[in-house]
Unconditional design. Structure first.
Length: 100
């Protein structure tokens, strides 16, 4: 299953880093869910090294940020593909052991 095309996402992320004002809510949700999905499968020491915080804190922060971003992107009534990608990654990030 491919939820995200990484080359396209990283290009958009790099552009967003240079000009963060006015990002679409759907892209904000995608960024937040990407961070959450990346932190979820990590071991505690890996999370500390990569994110600079304990895994429990990283997961709490990124889960809450993703929830709020999905709410702001109107996930319950959207057909926006980017918002739906963010929601799918959020669900995957909440399912430990799903990573292959």
């Amino acid at each position: 299953m491919c939820i995200l095309h990484l080359p396209t996402f990283f290009t958009a992320l790099k552009n967003a880093a240079h000009c963060p004002q006015g990002l679409p809510k759907s892209f904000e949700a995608l960024i937040a869910s990407f961070y959450f999905a990346c932190a979820s499968p990590l071991k505690s020491d890996e999370c500390e090294r990569l994110f600079g915080m304990p895994k429990s804190l990283a997961l709490s922060r990124y889960r809450n940020a993703t929830r709020q971003a999905l709410i702001d992107a109107d996930v319950v009534s959207t057909s926006n593909p980017m918002t739906l990608q963010a929601f799918a990654m959020f669900i995957v990030g909440n399912m430990p052991g799903l990573y292959i």
